[in-house]
Design a protein around this ligand. Structure first.
Ligand SMILES: Cc1ncc(COP(=O)(O)O)c(C=O)c1O
Length: 415
């Protein structure tokens, strides 16, 4: 962001901002007018709400997650042992938060002591790494494959923790399971099932529950392929799966409303912490989301948004093929906001690399892939990847930004 501000001509393919022109301005204006024009709704909307969150929003949210899981289970032939457990999708188990960022932070605060261990994907959401670092956690990276977390490697990591007597310090696996930030990968239900099974098998040595935190921030932003059921449908989920997601990406990032569904005992502690933070997410913002959901505006907007991101992803894919086909390799995302690209041949992409400087000279910005890897001394951090966002830049800027990136890479290779 600093770089973007100090280089006004820069095309930023770095920031995780969402698409500006499609923000639901009309819908939100109408909703606010409706809310404030209605005597029954106006004053409660401008009053404090409850710490847990508005009951109507919690009910709608758990129903949405349940319906999504039900439909995903029904539409797949894959049998990973998923079954809908109605008792999980309860409004009293759902905490509404200020963006899903807040629930991630609170969970980190509640579950960990300094020196505890969290398993993360290699690569993962770099803001989570910042939180882990600020709480003094030790991160261990687990490799990814195109189907999601590499369960063979997860098993190896767990075995090494066990041998080192470290399992009592292991608290959680953090999975960004849908159109992952940064890699774009969606984790299959079979992978989630195997990961959960492995975590469960460690609990005896750990001496406590080892949680699976499923961050589904991009679940709604799928523009291709079919949805995958969440880990909530898996055996043993009721005790150890935490599911977080958000209304900010599928509706408006400025309306910072997110949520987490979690086992009851954990939820009670999280709600206490939430009380200490702010005793409840802004009520007006929650009411805007409820109204958007009730009136069908949310679904209408989301359908248009999915189409829009599908188009923008296609523009970036085409530009990459035309401008960087010989320079980079990547996998086409089926949702989310990012391409994850790897340099072909030699070269590094880090913030101090020649490539990063050459890209700045060309007025284009990307997220260096190394930032998305935890500080895990048991392996080397890859330093030849780039996260390229098609979220915020216009289609014209996406194409131009990729052309500039191609020129920057070529300038270092003497071509
Ligand atoms: C993987 C992931 N989780 C959570 C968040 C937090 O989003 P919000 O606080 O807007 O819900 C983000 C935002 O970029 C994200 O990429």
């Amino acid at each position: 962001m600093d770089q973007a501000l100090s280089h006004p001509h820069i095309i930023s393919l770095a920031a995780g901002f969402t698409d500006n022109p499609s923000l639901p301005v009309e819908e939100t204006r109408e909703i606010v007018q409706e809310l404030l024009a209605d005597e029954r709704l106006a004053r409660p909307s401008l009053q404090y709400g409850s710490t847990l969150g508005d009951a109507a929003l919690r009910r709608r949210t758990v129903d949405r997650i349940r319906d999504g899981d039900f439909a995903a289970l029904k539409s797949t032939a894959e049998d990973a042992g998923g079954r809908l457990n109605e008792s999980i999708y309860q409004p009293q188990s759902l905490q509404i938060t200020h963006g899903s960022q807040q629930i991630l932070y609170m969970l980190t605060e509640v579950l960990f002591d300094p020196g505890d261990i969290v398993l993360v994907e290699d690569p993962t959401y770099f803001v989570f790494l910042g939180m882990a670092q600020s709480h003094g956690l030790r991160c261990r990276g687990v490799r990814m494959t195109p189907e999601g977390i590499d369960v063979g490697h997860l098993e190896t990591v767990l075995q090494s923790l066990r041998k080192a007597g470290e399992l009592p310090r292991l608290k959680m696996l953090y999975l960004v399971s849908y159109s992952q930030n940064p890699s774009g990968v969606t984790t299959s239900l079979a992978r989630k099932a195997e990961a959960l099974r492995l975590l469960r098998s460690c609990e005896k040595h750990a001496g406590h529950t080892v949680y699976l935190l499923e961050d589904a921030a991009y679940r709604d932003l799928r523009f291709r392929g079919s949805d995958v059921a969440s880990a909530l449908v898996l055996p043993g989920a009721a005790k150890r799966v935490i599911y977080t997601s958000t209304y900010s990406k599928p509706f408006a990032t400025g309306i910072r409303v997110g949520y987490g569904l979690m086992p009851a005992a954990l939820g009670r502690v999280v709600t206490r912490i939430k009380g200490n933070h702010d005793f409840g997410t802004a009520h007006l913002l929650q009411r805007i989301v409820i109204r958007a959901l009730e009136s069908g505006r949310f679904d209408g907007h989301l359908t248009a948004l999915q189409r829009r991101y599908g188009q923008k992803a296609a523009v970036m894919g085409r530009a990459l093929r035309e401008q960087c086909g010989d320079l980079l390799e990547w996998v086409e995302p089926s949702g989310g906001l990012y391409y994850w690209a790897r340099l072909r041949g030699r070269g590094t992409s880090g913030p101090k690399s020649r490539l990063f400087k050459a890209a700045l000279k060309e007025d284009v910005l990307y997220v260096p892939g190394a930032l998305c890897y935890a500080d895990d001394r048991t392996r080397l951090k890859p330093d030849n990847e780039l996260r390229l966002s098609f979220g915020n830049a216009s289609e014209e800027h996406i194409a131009e930004g990729i052309a500039r990136l191609g020129r920057a890479i070529r300038s270092l290779r003497g071509r």
